[in-house]
Design a protein around this ligand. Structure first.
Ligand SMILES: Cc1cc2nc3c(=O)[nH]c(=O)nc-3n(C[C@H](O)[C@H](O)[C@H](O)COP(=O)(O)OP(=O)(O)OC[C@H]3O[C@@H](n4cnc5c(N)ncnc54)[C@H](O)[C@@H]3O)c2cc1C
Length: 381
């Protein structure tokens, strides 16, 4: 059995963040999956348990030079984002110039892996660096207006006949038991894209998951500054800092005139309320770096999001399984897939991870019928 056998497979997906929506869309684009997404929080919601609307976000890979798998996921995503930036204003993705600044040039600096394919990658001449910056690189990248992009994904899914509904489940079994649709009452496949929720979801209970709190400010600059500010995204590393370590300051403009200023990375911190002191410190660092752009910035909102971090990295997998023998052979024999634990790269790896999940599902479908036949035989004994 494979997804090319003309059967339509019913898929229940848990989660409507960037991971669940991208996975739903990847499956619908294949043409032989019926998709239903069930989630406590949907793209119009804002809640601390729903990370996706809080992200900056820009594409700036932190994949290690040796981590070819992560690079592949992020390169595939960049290519789709590049296409959307060129063709689809509703997606909220725009091109801009990325700047990486180091207050002290890292010893044994290696060119990042993405220097081979991002356009216009180069070192910034010393005289063009802001005061206090020792070394910098620049390249063309994209920013993502995250609430707008989530709505775009949602619209794409609905336009292809997918179903998206509010709902909370406590376990993988409960996800399997959610009626799929009138045409396909029972799910053949369930996909867990519950982000940090995977820690407490029964049947998963992944204790490798932990929150990495991020605080950001959403600001506006005066109209006359915006044409210049919108071309510029930045990551600045204080001495001794790196991705996820020490003080990193970032600036990410969005296509609607808002600019995200960050940030913080506090592991195991669930604190929902933004800290005033932190907000002031972020603003000060950004203004010190680019007073020409941000000295007259006005704060619209202070926000906090919890990155769904995972020791050991992202989990993307699928297996044909029997979820609960006591419930009988069907619908508890199904494909169980996962796509969660994206930490601070959930957008920039989203398309790659969604496609990989779809591939894992296709492979597992080969075992589904065999397992169902075996379970049916056992049930008769
Ligand atoms: C400040 C900040 C800046 C960031 N910047 C970037 C960036 O520049 N680039 C980048 O790529 N990434 C960035 N990220 C990371 C990115 O936001 C996350 O990796 C991504 O949003 C995770 O998406 P997700 O869909 O896996 O999880 P979520 O968005 O948290 O979605 C989880 C979904 O599962 C649902 N759910 C959970 N449990 C249950 C349950 N039991 N029943 C029903 N529904 C359930 C929730 O309601 C929700 O719909 C940033 C994050 C933060 C906080």
């Amino acid at each position: 059995m494979s997804s090319s056998d003309n059967k339509t497979y019913a898929v229940n997906i848990l989660g409507a963040g960037v991971s669940g929506l991208s996975t739903g869309l990847a499956l619908l684009e294949k043409g032989n999956y019926s998709v239903k997404i069930i989630a406590t929080h949907l793209p119009s919601d804002l809640h601390i348990d729903y990370t996706s609307p809080w992200a900056g976000a820009h594409w700036r890979s932190f994949a290690d030079i040796a981590d070819l798998e992560q690079q592949e996921l992020e390169e595939a995503t960049y290519k789709r984002f590049e296409h959307l930036a060129e063709t689809e204003p509703k997606a909220g993705i725009m091109f801009l110039t990325g700047h990486d600044y180091w207050d002290v040039k890292p010893k044994n600096f290696e060119e990042p892996w993405f220097s081979r394919f991002l356009k216009n990658y180069r070192h910034i001449p010393k005289e063009e660096l802001p005061s206090g910056v020792d070394f910098g690189t620049t390249y063309t990248t994209v920013s993502i207006n995250t609430p707008k992009y989530l709505r775009y994904l949602q619209d794409q899914i609905l336009a292809r006949g997918g179903i998206i509904e509010h709902g909370t489940v406590q376990s993988l079994r409960a996800l399997a038991q959610v009626p799929h649709s009138d045409k396909h009452p029972k799910a053949d496949i369930i996909v867990n894209c519950s982000g940090l929720g995977s820690r407490n979801l029964q049947g998963v209970n992944d204790h490798q998951m932990f929150p990495t709190r991020g605080q950001i400010l959403i600001v506006k600059v005066p109209d006359e500054i915006w044409p210049k500010a919108k071309q510029f995204t930045m990551e600045r590393y204080a001495e001794g800092s790196a991705f996820g370590v020490g003080t990193v300051t970032y600036v990410i403009p969005r296509d609607n005139g808002e600019i995200i200023l960050g940030g913080t990375t506090d592991h195991w911190d669930y604190q929902e309320a933004p800290s005033e002191k932190t907000a002031k410190a972020i603003m000060q660092r950004v203004q010190d770096c680019r007073p020409d752009l941000f000295s007259k910035a006005t704060v619209l909102r202070n926000c906090v999001g919890l990155r769904p971090n995972r020791r050991g990295g992202v989990r993307v997998s699928a297996t044909a399984e029997q979820l609960d023998w006591n419930e009988g052979w069907n619908p508890s024999v199904l494909v169980v897939a996962h796509n969660y634990g994206h930490a601070g790269f959930g957008y920039q790896a989203s398309i790659g991870c969604a496609n990989k999940t779809a591939k894992c599902i296709e492979r597992s479908l080969k075992n589904l019928q065999t397992l169902r036949d075996e379970a049916r035989t056992m049930a008769k004994l």
